[in-house]
Every structure is written in C-alpha cells, then in structure tokens.
Design a protein around this ligand. Structure first.
Ligand code: RTP
Ligand code: MG
Length: 138
C-alpha cells in the first residue's frame, strides 16, 4: 500500500500557547514522517478555500477571523493510514469532550467563544488531503 499523506495544521492558538513542540513530539512519537513544514500567516483568500465546506455556517466568520489571528504551522505528514491516525491523535472537535490522551483532550480548552479553538487541524479524507495540501503547499 503506498504511503498516505495528510495536511496537519497547528492552529494560531497552538502556536501562540507554545504547544507546537509538544504537538510535534506526539506526531513523531507515533512514527509519522514530517515531509515538509512551514510557518504560514494565512490570509482570507487561502482560508476561504480551505474552509469552503463550512461557508455560511454560524461559526464560519469567527473561524476565519481566528485563523488570521496569528501564524499557523502547516505540516505535510506521511505514514500508513496517517489521515485516520492523526485525527485519532487529535481527538474530537470539542476540546471539552475530546478524550484525555488526545491533543485536544489534553491541551484544549473551551474559551466560551463563537468558535472552537482546538489547536490542530487534520484532513478528513484522501480527497480533502490532496485538496488541502495543494492549498497550503502548492
Ligand atoms: P478540523 O477540520 O479543524 O480538523 O476539525 P474538525 O474536522 O474536527 O471540525 P470541522 O467540523 O471540520 O470544523 C472545522 C473547525 O471549525 C471550528 N468549529 N467551531 N463553534 C463550533 O461549534 C465549531 N464547530 C467547528 C473548529 O475550529 C473546527 O476545528
Ligand atoms: Mg474538518
């Protein structure tokens, strides 16, 4: 089976809180390979592409604002079943109920804001991964 790739983001809250290293340590300990990594100040145009599926939802505008609040770390990550595997490491979307042992469960906090600041993003399918890697890495 060919090695799979996914797009992982350490979102602005993760970078601002100094959690990039701790998050990368979990990814590396799991055995996934860093293929490319860069610090990105995402602009609105990039984020509109990335979050196209959420356009019109109540959290969409706050989400785009949050994602422009500071740099994100974009990672091209490779490994067997890495798409599913990273989402398992990340935990579910809501940090309050994300399982302990996951990135969101251990480090994520509900700030009572209009958008979940949940530290990381991971592509949810091979189609999303291909599309998102093109957006963030060209
Ligand atoms: P991601 O795309 O970031 O890996 O997270 P996900 O699949 O778990 O969540 P998704 O449903 O795709 O939502 C994308 C991001 O939007 C924010 N969100 N806030 N206020 C809310 O209830 C809410 N719902 C979604 C989160 O930052 C989520 O990661
Ligand atoms: Mg998603």
């Amino acid at each position: 089976m060919p090695t799979e790739e996914t797009l992982v983001l350490v979102k602005p809250d993760g970078v601002a809180r100094g959690l990039t290293g701790a998050i990368l340590a979990r990814i590396e300990a799991k055995g996934y390979a860093l293929v490319d990594i860069r610090l990105v100040e995402a602009d609105r145009e990039l984020l509109e592409q990335h979050y196209a599926e959420h356009a019109g939802k109540p959290f969409y505008e706050p989400l785009l604002e949050f994602m422009q609040s500071g740099p994100s770390v974009a990672i091209r990550l490779a490994g067997n079943r890495v798409i599913e595997g990273f989402r398992s490491l990340a935990g579910t979307t809501d940090p309050t109920t994300a399982a302990p042992g996951t990135i969101r469960g251990d480090f994520g906090r509900d700030w009572g804001l209009a958008v979940q600041q949940n530290l990381v993003h991971g592509s949810d399918s091979p189609e999303s991964a291909a599309r998102e890697l093109q957006i963030w890495f060209g």
